[in-house]
Design a protein around this ligand. Structure first.
Ligand code: FE
Ligand code: FE
Ligand code: FE
Ligand code: ZN
Length: 221
């Protein structure tokens, strides 16, 4: 993780020389530079908001708020996915992960307590998008093996996002010296990895084959 802020250097020397020779070109360049400077800084570096995190600790807290929102949104969405699934293994897997997700939310509240911060949820744009995509997939498929395959695909994208998030949170917690918090986050990380494996197994065991068969039947008909 890059936390050390390097001072940005402005290279003005060479630009000044070449523009001095061509007056018209120099004028055009100057206008362009001013316009660009208003939206982004040099080299496309994103300008930080006034509320930007000042150090790794703040980034850690912001990331916790983000995944707290994500888990809360997910726990509401999972039962809907289970209702739309038909394969028993898949339904059981989703229901099991709903229970786990409730526990994960409680674990995050524990982490907030450890670090002495109030548990606050801040909208996670990624989870919002992943859940919207899951909804889209359900709307674009008939209930049955094909929708099941779509639900697995959408769920695995969600699990992978969570795996990445908890991996990072774990590393942040360790770096900041929150060993107890790191252990709690690690428990969830392992749970997310197992959920991903369960989904892969559900897909391999029957669902994707059934979905392929459904395709064959459609072609014959
Ligand atoms: Fe989770
Ligand atoms: Fe997020
Ligand atoms: Fe996508
Ligand atoms: Zn999960």
């Amino acid at each position: 993780m890059a936390t050390t802020a390097k001072p940005t250097q402005k290279s003005t020397g060479s630009t000044a020389k070449s523009t001095a020779t061509k007056t018209t070109a120099a004028k055009a360049t100057a206008t362009k530079t001013t316009t660009a400077a208003k939206s982004t800084s040099a080299r496309g570096v994103v300008k930080a908001k006034s509320s930007a995190a000042e150090g790794l600790h703040e980034l850690f807290v912001d990331s916790l708020k983000d995944i707290y929102w994500a888990e809360k949104a997910l726990v509401k969405a999972l039962p809907k996915m289970a209702k739309n699934a038909t394969n028993e293994n898949l339904i059981a897997g989703i229901n099991n992960h709903t229970t786990e997700t409730e526990e994960q939310i409680a674990r995050l509240e524990q982490v907030f307590e450890i670090i002495g911060k109030k548990a606050v949820a801040k909208k996670c744009e990624a989870m919002d998008g992943l859940l919207k995509e899951g909804q889209d997939i359900m709307e674009s498929t008939e209930p049955g093996a094909v929708r099941d395959a779509g639900i697995i695909a959408a769920s695995q994208k969600i699990e992978h996002y969570e795996i990445a998030t908890y991996g990072t949170l774990c590393a942040f917690a360790k770096t900041l010296g929150y060993d107890d918090a790191a252990e709690i986050l690690h428990t969830t990380l392992e749970e997310e990895k197992q959920a991903d494996i369960t989904l892969t197994e559900a897909a391999y065991n029957t669902i994707n084959f059934d979905a392929a068969e459904a395709d064959d039947e459609n072609e014959v008909a």
